[in-house]
Design a binder for this molecule. Structure first.
Ligand SMILES: [Zn+2]
Length: 147
């Protein structure tokens, strides 16, 4: 079983696959950095169902997002975010957060949420979705093969 350092290394390795996609080269340095950070975040995220670095990072991100939403007086979204955060924490370890459907649905939910705020084409956000997907996949692969 990989620890958080192993999952970070694995997500960075999987993130390297983004070089194979044509959208990678024209992406700005900021965009590439965000892709790498998303891959690492989702490389740790499935362990949100147990006391881990992934859980700490997730809770920290949600806390920051919730404070921003409350500051912007967007109480409805803050309430939904607070509700959604409970789901993975109540799950058993290596339950649904370690499943293939979750690997697709969780990053896709974030993709849809980001698209609500973004005014451009949905294709512009595709690199970030794929980076999230690759990071998530790296976690499942490492856990499956008990690296
Ligand atoms: Zn895991």
């Amino acid at each position: 079983m990989a620890g958080y350092k192993g999952h970070i290394a694995g997500s960075l390795l999987f993130c390297g696959l983004l070089y194979l996609f044509p959208f990678w080269q024209p992406l700005s340095l900021t965009g590439k950095t965000i892709c790498v950070l998303l891959a690492v975040f989702f490389g740790l995220w499935p362990d949100v169902d147990t006391k881990s670095k992934g859980q700490y990072l997730f809770l920290l991100c949600v806390l920051i997002a919730d404070v921003v939403l409350i500051y912007r007086e967007d109480y409805k979204r803050a309430a939904y975010l607070g509700l959604l955060i409970i789901l993975p924490i109540m799950a058993r370890h290596r339950g649904w957060t370690h499943s293939a459907p979750a690997m697709i649905l969780v990053p896709f939910g974030l993709y849809l949420a980001a698209f609500q705020y973004y005014q451009g084409s949905p294709l512009d956000l595709l690199p970030y979705f794929l980076a999230s997907l690759l990071g998530y996949a790296s976690h499942l692969v490492l856990d499956r093969f008990k690296f």
